[in-house]
Design a protein around this ligand. Structure first.
Ligand SMILES: *[C@@H]1O[C@H](CO)[C@@H](O)[C@H](O)[C@H]1NC(C)=O
Ligand SMILES: *[C@@H]1O[C@H](CO)[C@@H](O)[C@H](O)[C@H]1NC(C)=O
Ligand SMILES: *[C@@H]1O[C@H](CO)[C@@H](O)[C@H](O)[C@H]1NC(C)=O
Length: 789
């Protein structure tokens, strides 16, 4: 008897456990650890889906095409197809760029396999006859190899490979770096943008190397300096750190650094700066380099450049492009790449401004379902007062699943622990599963206006986008628990760190041979600072660059003071206190449990929708898309109107009017009421308050007007020919108060036909009308909740 009871009891218990293990483990948007664990696993599955698909359909080439399931290769027939060939060097880019993601997932077997595959595929001497971009190859391949090597050799990591690993990733990194480094042998020490891994400059037109940008010229410093720490060969650091500082020397008196210049003459092509393409990682690496290498000089560069941007290029919600000489705005757009910047602001402790700048990109995602490569915050208007054509709101319309928005979301979540950011991650996860997933990988948008996809999956999708999304949900990742305070993510999201032991060994053993690079740097130091600017005077083959640099007769005996000081200072970095990868919550920030701080304590959450209502226009295919921050299941769970410190103020405009003051009533008009319907025998002489509503705003009642709600208020049939509407209406009117008394939300008002349109009301006829649904129209604007009985 007892036994049977126990069995029954056990059976019930098992049922309960089974239920709990199934869908009942968590309520969505509670964001408890089970829920986060689930999302984390979903991201991991998505990663392996696309990575395995690459191995099956793309390997040994650089990428797999997600829609057509064939390799995306370098353009072997047309070397001058730069857009393709700058990045795809036929060196299994997706494989190498994915290594550190697998390491973060903690799968030692898969990691060991992938590391071995790199060894089998990439030739040991890296002697590939490919002309590639120095910068892209550095961040994707060199950085990928170095980061994977750090993981493979760090006994505290899950994917530590132990003695079976023979350092081949580091060996390959060194060989590759040696093939890239000749690009620095210019008259200025600033690298040319491209090089051929086998033949250096023999096959390269001058045109291909005559323009470089601030990001590409300066950034390799970080990966190359890491390589110096790992190999103790100091030339990588010396050469690239020198270029970093020479690039900063190109700044204007306002401390604004031009994006585009000639690396050989330092001629500036366009005096424009900003935070996006062509300059992004310059700022990022000044800051991250200062953290990783404990380098106060780099921090100084970050601090000065960030301060200058804040003065000259900062609108409330974003940084824009300005003239480096005058500080005036140059272009009315921001680009997708600049979404990384809030992450760097977080690293520097400027969380409050990072939150604001990040919101701008959230609103872009709401609008376009991705971040268009270039969005115009002030687009040209078509004809006078007509609304802006949505096609004019983006200049470059693709969204290649770039990681920067997820990256900043991740950083802000680590700093604030606000569920607001988990909710964003959840939506991106759903979008990856439903909108971007194809047979063989993830395809971004070719055009956010049409919603058309592109048959491309760049290596950063697996290397960065999915990695940051995974880390957002993985509270307990070893990266988040590491005692290593100086770990950073490279600009390609490859984790890098230096242990005290590594630093100590480097300081004891570092060397710089008296080789070509040493001679070159010495020579640069002696070159006159008063170099003549203008077009290059030498042969237009870069082959000449090297000889010329070393062969120039030095007539100026004096060392360039500034340069030598810069170089000398590299050896004496001072201590900087930084937050590192895992910024801690500032002490003065109070934790609000069960609330999202942004939803409850941030009165400006919906301000952007209002300020940019004219240009954040949803394309047709997005018309019914929900906004991420007001997704009902999330919003109503985490927003509490009773307890919130700052309720969202209405963002709508309201106005009051009387239909006819001559008919003023001595007593208030008493309506009859049935449910939420109020019948007014007359509205004449009443003071009516009407609110203008549009999707994306907060209404008088503190509620968010979603596109869905708005649409439900729009009549199907707009009718009245005389008004000549554009369909669908951009805004509606809602009656909210009569004679100063506010009516409850969702009230409906009915009034008498004769009262408004009868003979005695003839004076109102040019203002008032009604549509087929008998909704009242004021000056052809629909008052959605007033009906003519
Ligand atoms: C590209 O790489 C593949 C695989 O490693 C190799 O078979 C092929 O020869 C390479 N193509 C060129 C033109 O280098
Ligand atoms: C290579 O470039 C040429 C010229 O731009 C282009 O017509 C061709 O489609 C490209 N081929 C591949 C495989 O990308
Ligand atoms: C908007 O611009 C696009 C592209 O210029 C054009 O094709 C389209 O007809 C325009 N739409 C309207 C309503 O003017």
């Amino acid at each position: 008897m007892v036994l049977v009871e126990n069995v029954v009891y056990l059976f019930h218990l098992l049922q309960i456990v089974r239920l709990c293990l199934a869908s009942e483990r968590f309520t969505p948007f509670s964001f408890n650890r089970y829920e986060l664990e689930d999302y984390k696993n979903e991201v991991r599955d998505l990663f392996y889906f696309a990575f395995d698909s690459y191995l099956t359909h793309g390997y040994p080439y650089d990428e797999v095409k997600p829609i057509s399931c064939v390799p995306k290769t370098r353009n072997f027939t047309h070397e001058h197809d730069l857009i393709t060939n700058d990045v795809l060097g036929n060196f299994t880019t997706t494989l190498v760029d994915s290594l550190s993601t697998i390491a973060i997932l903690g799968d030692v077997d898969r990691f060991a396999e992938a590391v071995e595959l790199v060894d089998k595929t990439i030739p040991a001497d890296f002697s590939l006859d490919v002309t590639i971009q120095v910068f892209e190859t550095t961040i994707r391949i060199l950085g990928g190899l170095i980061s994977a090597h750090l993981y493979a050799t760090d006994p505290t990591k899950k994917v530590y490979l132990g003695p079976s690993y023979n350092n081949h990733l580091l060996t390959k990194a060194k060989v590759l770096a040696d093939r890239l480094l000749p690009s620095y042998l210019t008259r200025t020490g600033i690298p040319v943008p491209r090089i051929n891994l086998r033949s250096q400059f023999q096959k390269i037109d001058y045109m291909l190397v005559s323009e470089n940008n601030a990001a590409a010229a300066a950034s390799p410093m970080l990966e190359f300096t890491m390589l110096s720490y790992l190999t103790h060969d100091d030339k990588y650091r010396e050469v690239t750190a020198y270029a970093f500082k020479k690039t900063w020397d190109l700044r204007s008196e306002l401390n604004l650094l031009s994006m585009s210049f000639n690396p050989d003459t330092m001629e500036i092509y366009h005096p424009m700066t900003g935070t996006g393409a062509s300059i992004d990682s310059f700022f990022e690496y000044a800051l991250k380099g200062s953290i990783l290498f404990d380098d106060s000089e780099l921090y100084q560069i970050w601090a000065e450049s960030y301060y200058a941007l804040s003065i000259h290029a900062k609108a409330d919600w974003f940084f824009y492009n300005v003239n480096t000489q005058s500080g005036e705005m140059i272009t009315p757009w921001i680009d997708s790449l600049s979404a990384f910047f809030p992450g760097s602001q977080v690293l520097d402790g400027d969380v409050a401004d990072a939150e604001m700048k990040h919101l701008m990109f959230l609103k872009l995602w709401n609008t376009y379902g991705g971040i268009p490569e270039r969005w115009l915050f002030s687009p040209p208007r078509d004809r006078g007062r007509t609304p802006v054509n949505v096609s004019n709101t983006v200049q470059l319309g693709w969204y290649a699943l770039r990681p920067e928005f997820v990256e900043s979301t991740y950083f802000l979540y680590r700093a604030t622990k606000d569920v607001f950011y988990l909710n964003i991650g959840w939506h991106i996860l759903q979008d990856l599963k439903t909108r971007f997933k194809f047979e063989c990988g993830f395809a971004g948008l070719q055009n956010v206006i049409t919603g058309e996809h592109q048959d491309r999956m760049e290596s950063f999708v697996l290397g960065e986008t999915l990695k940051y999304l995974y880390l957002l949900f993985d509270e307990s990742n070893e990266l988040h628990k590491s005692s290593q305070r100086n770990q950073i993510f490279s600009t390609e999201a490859h984790p890098m760190w230096l242990t005290p032991k590594m630093k100590e060994q480097y300081n004891r053993n570092k060397f710089m041979d008296h080789d070509i690079y040493f001679t070159h740097l010495e020579h640069l130091k002696k070159l006159s600072a008063t170099r003549r600017k203008g077009p290059p005077s030498f042969q237009d083959k870069v082959l000449g660059l090297l000889k010329l640099t070393l062969g120039v007769e030095n007539t100026d005996e004096e060392l360039d003071d500034e340069l030598s000081k810069t170089l000398a200072a590299v050896h004496h970095p001072r201590h900087t206190i930084m937050h590192g990868t895992c910024p801690v919550l500032p002490k003065d920030k109070k934790l609000t449990f069960y609330h999202s701080r942004l939803l409850n304590d941030f009165p400006q959450l919906f301000r952007i929708d209002h300020n940019y209502a004219a240009t954040l226009i949803k394309p047709k295919w997005r018309q019914n898309a929900q906004h991420i921050e007001t997704f009902p299941d999330f919003y109503y769970r985490w927003y509490d109107r009773r307890t919130s410190v700052s309720q969202p103020a209405p963002l709508t405009a309201s106005f009051e009017f009387m239909l006819d003051s001559k008919h003023t009533h001595p007593l208030p008009v008493k309506p009859t009421k049935q449910g939420n319907v109020y019948y007014f025998p007359t509205l004449h002489g009443c003071k009516l308050r009407v609110e203008r509503i549009m999707p994306g705003l907060i209404d008088t009642y503190g509620d968010y007007i979603s596109p869905k709600i708005f649409k439900s208020l729009c009549p199907e049939d707009l009718n009245p020919g005389a008004c000549g509407f554009v369909q669908p209406p951009q805004e509606l009117l809602i009656m909210v108060a009569i004679d100063g008394k506010q009516f409850p939300k969702d009230s409906i008002f009915v009034t008498d036909y004769d009262d408004l349109f009868g003979p005695h009301a003839a004076d109102m006829n040019d203002i008032l009308s009604y549509n087929k649904k008998r909704q009242l129209l004021i000056n052809c604007n629909i008052v959605a909740n007033v009906y003519v009985g």
